[in-house]
Design a protein around this ligand. Structure first.
Ligand SMILES: [Zn+2]
Length: 168
């Protein structure tokens, strides 16, 4: 999001040249630039000891496809801490290890998604109210169940399969 008014004092911002950043909306009263903002979320491919992935159905996201665990980061939280919290909240799995997978820009929602592979033991999934259902499926099968190619979920599952050499 590009600011038009100062979020602190409400003054209309004027573009100003800020070093290498180029033109940035600037508040003359507060004497500071306001850089564009976006949300930061985590997305976690949760995998158990049998190479099965936990996939969720969440009607508010899609009625057709399965999702991975994802959620908005809170101020002060690390991406790792947020991942552990969201996975436990949404499906009740306690992660034992996280592996950074990459970051992905989700332009439709103006969102930076920080991707992880999250490892935990297979347990019965206990769901939050945001989750309609969830299943463990072999990661190979997950690729055809999540949002199609081009989505962050797909990219994450595909990367896991390649890195773990589960596909050629
Ligand atoms: Zn201001």
């Amino acid at each position: 999001m590009r600011y038009q008014y100062c979020p602190r004092c409400g003054e209309k911002l004027k573009d100003r040249e800020i070093g290498d950043e180029g033109l940035v909306p600037y508040c003359g009263t507060c004497g500071r630039p306001w850089f564009d903002t976006f949300s930061t979320c985590v997305i976690v491919l949760v995998v158990d000891e049998n190479n099965e992935a936990a996939l969720l159905r969440q009607d508010y996201i899609s009625s057709r496809y399965h999702n991975l665990v994802s959620g908005y980061m809170k101020p002060g939280e690390t991406a790792e801490g947020c991942s552990v919290r969201e996975v436990e909240e949404e499906i009740g799995v306690r992660l034992e290890r996280l592996e950074f997978a990459g970051t992905y820009w989700f332009g439709r929602k103006d969102m930076l998604m920080v991707g992880f592979f999250g490892y935990g033991k297979k347990t019965a999934l206990t769901l939050s109210e945001e989750v309609e259902s969830a299943v463990w499926v072999p990661v190979k099968e997950a690729l055809s169940m999540v949002h199609p190619k081009g989505s962050v979920s797909y990219a994450l599952v595909e990367k896991y399969l390649k890195e773990k050499r589960l596909v050629s």
